[in-house]
Write a protein that binds this ligand. Structure first.
Ligand code: NAD
Ligand code: TYD
Length: 352
């Protein structure tokens, strides 16, 4: 048995692959184009591990996917590969349409051709697991209940619109062709190996460098935060037991305002790496808001708990402490990902 993972050199994908081998010896074929967000260093612990087969390639390359499916005969595809950063989608939506929409289409078509030719148990057991986001549901008002799987899709950013489009394709390939799919929509992940363009790792690395901590608008936007290994266990639960054609929301039951996240990171750094210049919160800087910024996301994760018995293992307090500690212990990793391309992005987004 083998699974094919796409995007397994990115933040969540690499955590998923590393976590997979803690409880399974089943081989993983890992297809990743190694964009700016893909980092083979994340997979260094698997360098000499024959259970992990890394393939550098694009999910839009149908011939390559056909060949990988024919060679490795996976029992499942777990599809992480995507352009994932909202701010980048505002500056340049084209790459999001290509990878998230066309790439998912190409993968679905390859999966359909492969699955159609399978027989018996192999055909019945095959799964296409699509990893998506809660951002497809749009923005909540303060009094709204959290997102349930039945909420209408109301994506607001080019990123969330492209993910919503991919979710619809996955749904249609099940409904029309019978492809055995499951979809998970999760909240904001955080944890080790997170590229420092997203809120939590950006705040940690900027604080350690004595740079401003840029808070968009009034900082009162709310997200639900999910520790990345909890997301990995949720995906494994849905892959193993999720009902075909169903979607499952995965969340951490941690609704927090951005400014409170930033203050928590500052307080942990004050404790673990005090700065002689003063508390890190002195670096908090309110900056121009993101255009179309969604005000609130929150996840109702009762379906996955009720049907599959999954709940997150980490609280926000335990998860954020582990995360800050990881960045303090892995400053060489941070230094290496802050390449020329990363610096170009920071100056485009935040100015010099
Ligand atoms: P990421 O940006 O860290 O990693 C994406 C990976 O996909 C990278 O390794 C990149 O090289 C690869 N990739 C990009 N385009 C590709 C292509 N055309 N072909 C092959 N590989 C390609 O993203 P992430 O944060 O790990 O997110 C993984 C998935 O989870 C995405 O589908 C994202 O939409 C979803 N998601 C993420 C979050 C979050 O908080 N990070 C929340 C909800 C859902
Ligand atoms: P982000 O990590 O980009 O995730 P998403 O937009 O997918 O939720 O941002 C999380 C929240 O933090 C979001 O409300 C935007 C905000 N934010 C800032 O205030 N400053 C920043 O520099 C970044 C990157 C994000």
């Amino acid at each position: 048995m083998t699974i094919l993972v796409t995007g397994g050199a990115g933040f969540i994908g690499s955590n998923f692959v590393l976590d997979w081998f803690k409880s399974s010896d089943e081989p993983v074929v890992n297809l990743d184009a190694l964009t700016y967000a893909g980092n083979l260093e994340n997979l260094a612990p698997l360098k000499d591990d024959s259970r992990h087969i890394f393939v550098k390639g694009d999910i839009c390359d149908r011939a390559l996917i056909d060949q990988l499916l024919a060679t490795h005969r996976p029992r499942a595809i777990v599809h992480f590969a995507a352009e994932s950063h909202v701010d980048r989608s505002i500056h340049g939506p084209g790459a999001f349409m290509r990878t998230n929409v066309e790439g998912t289409f190409s993968l679905l078509e390859a999966a359909r051709a492969y699955w159609s030719a399978l027989q018996g148990d192999a055909k019945a057991g095959f799964r296409f697991h699509h990893v998506s986001t809660d951002e497809v549901y749009g923005s909540l008002k303060p009094e709204d209940p959290p997102f349930a799987e039945t909420n209408p899709y109301e994506p607001n950013s080019p990123y969330s619109a492209s993910k919503a489009a991919s979710d619809h394709l996955v749904r249609a390939w099940h409904h029309t062709y019978g492809l055995p799919v499951v979809t998970t929509n999760c909240s904001n992940n955080y944890g080790p190996l997170h590229f420092p363009e997203k809120l939590i790792p950006l705040m940690i690395v900027n604080a350690l460098a004595g740079k401003p901590l840029p808070v968009y608008g009034d900082g009162q936007q709310i997200r639900d935060w999910l520790y990345v290994t909890d997301h990995c266990s949720g995906i494994r639960a849905v892959l193993a037991g999720g009902a075909l054609g169903e979607t499952y929301n995965i969340g951490g039951w941690n609704e927090k305002a951005n400014i409170d996240i930033v203050k928590t990171v500052c307080a942990l750094l004050d404790e673990l790496r005090p700065d002689p210049a003063g508390p890190y919160s002195r670096l908090i800087t309110y900056v121009t808001d993101r255009p179309g910024h969604d005000r609130r996301y929150a996840i109702d994760a009762r379906k996955i708990e009720r049907e599959l018995g999954w709940r997150p293992a980490e609280t926000f307090e335990t998860g954020i402490r582990k995360t800050v500690a990881w960045y303090l212990e892995n400053e060489a990793w941070v230094a290496r990902v802050q390449s020329g391309a990363y610096r170009d992005w920071v100056s485009q987004q935040y100015g010099d």
